[in-house]
Design a protein around this ligand. Structure first.
Ligand SMILES: [Mg+2]
Length: 446
């Protein structure tokens, strides 16, 4: 049994890989975790049998391996970033992709109304705030007598442009209404955080742009300050990890301590104070403390998630049991899992972010963190999906099993089994390619 001291955060370094690998596996990891955690959604922690493989999702009568709204909306945002086109002229092909709120709303609406980018061809679940936001846009389109896409296709090019412009104006006024109606205290769910991953992947070269876009992408359905800030902070972290993964040979990779420091020392704005309470160190790191071990010791004493981690790690077996050793695997996972009172996994955006980050910091492999989040219950699929985005970017590599049988940090027999059981992997891969192509097209301009 390995002890915690053998794996301090500052010794756990980012796995290097090309950005394209990181993007592909981050999207896949999100779907894997979402589908794994789906059956545990709505269930109180420790009230259901241990989940270690894809099971049918009784909440929505889904077969094993079906991913939910979290992945669909993440894919919708990724598709919009990868393929948005301001102009319908063919010359624009080489400049495709970019950030556009109206196009994002349109993509979400196609999922909501027509099941585009759903694992089973229809939207079977949608968060209440997202439903309200898309409802506002739908009503506005109806009031403006906007034509359907099929009707629009039959128009002359000039009339088509005019119709497109009308739709844009309608969307902009709907966005203003969403900002007014859904900006209050009652709308602080995790619906924008769960899909924001592609913004960090697409704009990793420019953290400031990534943060600003993350805020704007949240505001299309979740304009509340705490949701916008959660998206910005998470996205900056994703962007930092992607940049680090592409570091030149010989450069030292960032460690999990850098990820913790990002949140612990983040300049949380006053209008998102709940995030500061959950994620900042209660005693700031003293100036001049730069030694990683000293930094980690400070945070272990003064960061709420690190105190939880230290408390649970005293008894947990750290080695991942083999596939046949289900009892030990369950015991090891449950031992790392604080009570729901100490680490809630509700749909409140602050809870979701903290729980996902905890799972990342408390485990050493993609698989271990995925098991931890899926077994949290509550909003398990969303906590798992958010964790999966970060963990996917962190651990992803095209590694195969080593000659000595040693497993990688991302792939393991269990993770391969999850992948093989995942429904509509082709859809995830298709959207991942769109995002990879966007990033490659725009690499020169960053
Ligand atoms: Mg879901």
């Amino acid at each position: 049994m390995a002890s915690l001291t053998s794996a301090p955060l500052h010794a756990q370094r980012l796995v290097p890989a090309p950005v394209s690998t990181k993007i592909r596996l981050a999207l896949l990891a999100t779907a894997l975790c979402d589908a794994l955690g789906g059956p545990a959604e709505f269930k109180p922690r420790f009230s259901f049998p241990f989940i270690s493989l894809m099971k049918p999702n009784g909440n929505f009568s889904l077969a094993a391996g079906v991913w939910t709204d979290d992945t669909s909306m993440m894919l919708a945002l990724a598709r919009s970033l990868g393929t948005y086109s301001a102009s319908s002229s063919p010359q624009a092909e080489g400049t495709r992709g970019g950030f556009d709120e109206v196009d994002q709303l349109e993509t979400y609406l196609r999922w909501y109304q027509n099941g585009v980018l759903s694992a089973i061809g229809r939207c079977f679940d949608i968060g209440s705030t997202t439903r309200r936001a898309l409802g506002i846009y739908k009503d506005a389109l109806k009031a403006s007598r906007a034509l359907s896409p099929a009707e629009t296709r039959r128009l002359s090019p000039a009339a088509k442009e005019k119709e497109k412009e009308k739709r844009r104006t309608t969307a902009k006024s709907a966005l203003a209404r969403i900002a007014r109606d859904l900006g209050g205290e009652g709308f602080r769910g995790n619906g924008s955080l769960m899909r924001v991953l592609p913004v960090g992947l697409a704009y990793s070269c420019d953290s400031a742009a990534a943060a600003a876009y993350a805020r704007r992408s949240s505001a299309t359905t979740h304009p509340t300050a705490v949701c916008q800030t959660a998206c910005a902070a998470w996205t900056e972290c994703i962007a930092r990890v992607v940049r680090g993964a592409d570091a030149r040979e010989g450069e030292e990779q960032i460690s999990k301590l850098d990820v913790l420091h990002h949140f612990a020392a983040y300049p949380w704005p006053a209008d998102a104070d709940a995030l500061r309470v959950a994620l900042a160190a209660d005693v700031p790191l003293p100036a001049g403390v730069v030694d990683p071990a000293a930094m980690e010791a400070h945070y272990t004493a003064h960061h709420p998630l690190m105190r939880l981690r230290a408390a649970t790690h005293t008894e947990a077996p750290a080695a991942t049991p083999s596939a046949g050793d289900a009892k030990a695997l369950a015991a090891g996972t449950f031992a790392l899992l604080p009570s729901a009172a100490a680490l809630p996994s509700s749909g409140y955006v602050v809870h979701t972010l903290a729980a996902a980050l905890y799972a990342f910091l408390a485990t050493r492999t993609f698989e271990a963190g995925a098991l931890l989040t899926a077994n949290m219950g509550g909003d398990a699929d969303t906590v798992a999906a958010v964790y999966g985005g970060l963990a996917g970017v962190w651990y992803a590599a095209q590694e195969e099993e080593g000659a000595d049988g040693e497993e990688g940090l991302f792939w393991s027999p269990r993770v391969r089994a999850w992948r093989d059981a995942l429904v509509r992997r082709d859809l995830i891969e298709e959207v991942a390619e769109e995002l990879v192509e966007f990033v490659e097209r725009h690499a020169a301009s960053f």
